[in-house]
Ligand binder design. Structure first.
Ligand code: NAP
Length: 348
C-alpha cells in the first residue's frame, strides 16, 4: 500500500480551516497531523481554541493541540487558510523552510511565478514551480487556488476555451458564508442584496485572465479577453451563483456549446484524483436550475452546475453556473490541488 502523507493546516481554527478539517476526514492519501493558528490559539486544545460551526467536530481533531504558525515540527505539506493580513509572510517562511504550501488565501495568487490552479483547467501551470524555487531560493513552494466566485466563473468557461473567448460579462450572487464567520450582519443581509464586495470584482477579472491564460516558461500570458464583473452578496448560506454572458472569436452553434459542457472532462478525472468529481460540469436542462439550496452540496460540493444556456443579444451566449464556495471555492479546491501535485510526483 502507498505510504500516507502527513499534512497540516495553517489557519486551522478559522471557517475555511474547519472546512479543511471536515473535507480531509477519511481522505485516502492525506493524514491530518498538525494544526496551526495565531499565538492566541497556540498551546490550546483545538476544541478550546475555536468555535466549531460545521455540525459535530471530529473527536481526534478536537483533542489535538494547536501550534504556533512557525516552521519547526509541521509536516511538509501544509494547507493554508490564514487571515490575509498575515498570510504573506507566514506562507513565505514555510516555503523557504521547505514546505509545500497549498494556499487558499489571496496573498500570492497574482504573483508571476505562483500557480493559480484549477486542476481541470490549467494543471500545466504547476510548471511555474521550478522557476519559483530557483528565483526565490526556496526548497519548498507555494501554489494557490482562486477566489471562490472566480472558481464558479472559470469552471463554467472551462469547456468553452476552444471557441476563443474574447469578452466576458459576469454578475455574481454570492453566499454569506463567503464572508467567513460571523460575516455580514444579519440586519444588513436578511431580505436584501448588497451590491458591493470589497476587492472582489478586481480579483475576478484578473484571476480569470491568469487561470485561463497560457504557460510561457517562467510566467503565464493572461487570456486576452475583456472581463467585466459585478459582485453582489445575497441572502444564501452556501453556494456562489454566477450569470455569465460570453463572446467568442469563432461562432459556435448553441449545440456546439451545449456539447462542450456535456463532454467536458479533464486531468483530475483521467487520473481519478480522490476529490475530483466524476463529472466536473453537470449541465442541468431544467429551466430553473441550478439553485444553491438544491444543488451546491451535491457531488461532495466539488462539481460545477451549469444551466440556462441560451443566445445572448449583447454577446454570443449566456448561462448560469454554481459552485459550493467553501468547498469547491476553498478547502476542496486546495485539497484537489494537492492531489494533482501528488499525481505529478511533486510531494515525493
Ligand atoms: P477566519 O475564520 O477569520 O480564520 C482566520 C484564521 O487565520 C484563523 O485560524 C486564525 O487563527 C488565523 N490567524 C489570524 N491571525 C493569525 C496570525 N497572526 N498567525 C497565524 N494565524 C493567524 O477566516 P476564513 O473565513 O476562514 O478565511 C481564511 C482565508 O481564506 C482568508 O484569507 C480568506 O480570504 C480566504 N477565503 C475564504 C473563503 C470563505 O468562503 N470564507 C473562501 C475563499 C478564500 P486564530 O483563531 O488563532 O485567530
Amino acid at each position: 500500500m502507498e505510504a500516507r502523507i502527513e499534512v497540516g493546516i495553517l489557519g486551522a481554527t478559522g471557517m475555511v480551516g474547519q472546512h479543511f478539517i471536515k473535507f480531509l476526514q477519511g481522505h485516502p492519501w492525506f493524514d491530518l497531523k498538525w494544526l496551526g493558528a495565531s499565538d492566541r490559539s497556540a498551546g490550546k486544545r483545538y476544541s478550546d481554541a475555536c468555535t466549531w460551526h460545521l455540525g459535530v467536530a471530529p473527536e481526534a481533531i478536537s483533542a489535538m493541540t494547536v501550534e504556533e504558525s512557525k516552521p519547526g515540527n509541521a509536516p511538509r505539506l501544509l494547507f493554508s487558510a490564514m487571515d490575509a493580513s498575515v498570510a504573506t509572510d507566514i506562507e513565505r517562511a514555510f516555503a523557504q523552510a521547505g514546505h509545500v504550501v497549498v494556499s487558499n488565501s489571496k496573498n500570492h495568487r497574482m504573483e508571476r511565478d505562483v500557480p493559480l490552479l484549477i486542476p481541470e483547467i490549467n494543471p500545466d501551470h504547476l510548471k511555474l514551480i521550478p522557476g519559483q524555487q530557483r528565483a526565490r531560493g526556496w526548497k519548498g513552494q507555494i501554489a494557490t487556488n482562486p477566489n471562490c466566485a472566480t472558481i464558479s466563473l472559470c469552471m463554467g468557461l472551462a469547456p468553452l476555451r476552444a471557441f476563443g473567448i474574447t469578452k466576458i460579462i459576469v454578475t455574481t450572487l454570492q453566499a454569506i458564508s463567503g464572508a467567513g464567520y460571523p460575516g455580514v450582519p444579519s440586519m444588513d443581509i436578511n431580505a436584501n442584496v448588497i451590491p458591493y464586495i470589497g476587492g472582489e470584482e478586481e480579483k475576478m477579472e484578473q484571476e480569470t485572465q491568469k487561470i485561463l491564460g497560457d504557460f510561457r516558461g517562467d510566467h503565464i500570458d493572461p487570456l486576452a479577453a475583456r472581463v467585466s464583473a459585478h459582485c453582489n452578496r445575497v441572502p444564501v448560506v452556501d453556494g456562489h451563483t454566477v450569470t455569465v454572458s460570453v463572446e467568442f472569436s469563432s461562432k459556435p452553434s448553441l449545440a456546439d456549446v451545449r456539447n462542450a459542457f456535456d463532454r467536458f472532462t479533464s486531468v483530475p478525472q483521467q487520473r481519478k484524483l480522490p476529490s475530483a468529481p466524476a463529472t466536473p460540469i453537470i449541465y442541468m436542462p431544467q429551466q430553473d436550475r441550478p439553485q444553491p439550496r438544491k444543488d451546491a452540496e451535491r457531488e461532495r460540493g466539488m462539481a460545477a452546475f451549469v444551466g440556462r444556456l441560451r443566445p445572448c443579444p449583447a454577446l454570443d451566449y449566456k448561462f448560469v453556473a454554481l459552485t459550493h464556495n467553501t468547498i469547491r471555492g476553498a478547502a476542496g479546491a486546495a485539497v484537489l490541488n494537492a492531489e494533482l501535485m501528488h499525481s505529478e510526483g511533486m510531494l515525493d
